[in-house]
Design a protein around this ligand. Structure first.
Ligand SMILES: [Fe+2]
Ligand SMILES: [Fe+2]
Length: 176
């Protein structure tokens, strides 16, 4: 990224890359179920915070400026966030040694790829032409992200929306 102050679009794209890296690390972790469980929790938290930021700061502002099929993009993206949350919630309730965690992460990854492609290829280019103060929105995004991250870190693991039962992972490897 150049030395200019980042816009909200730069920051949202950086979040997308960060989550893609976590998905890559998850795949590389292969048989290390404990590490995979931690990565799955990180993926869940990162996506939950990202979706919250978009729905609080980005989608409503943009929706005000778009109409017709362009506005439909925001409605569809909001519906897709609902599905993402469902998949993240679905990772809970399984202990990480189960193949169900891997199955959820695999489906989540495909779904996120589709969602991110639509945002970056269709939505963001339209938003960049609207004349909004995207730098100011970027500053607000950084504040909100810090606040949401602090809140998530302060929560006991059992209360988090994206927590895999890592403690149960050390269950006998003989189960495999
Ligand atoms: Fe999104
Ligand atoms: Fe996004």
């Amino acid at each position: 990224m150049a030395s200019r102050t980042p816009t909200i679009i730069d920051l949202l794209k950086a979040d997308h890359r960060e989550v893609e890296e976590l998905f890559g690390e998850f795949e590389k972790a292969e048989s290390d179920t404990r590490h995979q469980a931690m990565l799955a929790s990180q993926i869940g938290q990162a996506l939950t915070i990202h979706a919250e930021i978009e729905e609080t700061l980005f989608y409503p502002v943009v929706l005000n400026e778009l109409d017709g099929e362009d506005a439909d993009l925001i409605c569809e993206a909001t519906v897709e966030h609902g599905t993402l949350r469902g998949l993240i919630a679905g990772m809970n309730g399984h202990d990480a040694a189960q193949p169900m965690i891997q199955a959820h992460v695999t489906v989540l990854k495909e779904y996120v790829q589709h969602h991110v492609r639509e945002e970056e290829k269709e939505l963001f280019p339209k938003v960049e032409k609207l004349g909004l103060d995207l730098v100011a929105l970027g500053e607000r995004m950084l504040d909100l992200k810090q606040q949401l991250t602090d809140e998530a870190d302060d929560m006991p693991p059992s209360a988090r929306s994206s927590t895999i039962r890592v403690a149960e992972v050390s269950a006998p490897a003989s189960a495999r």
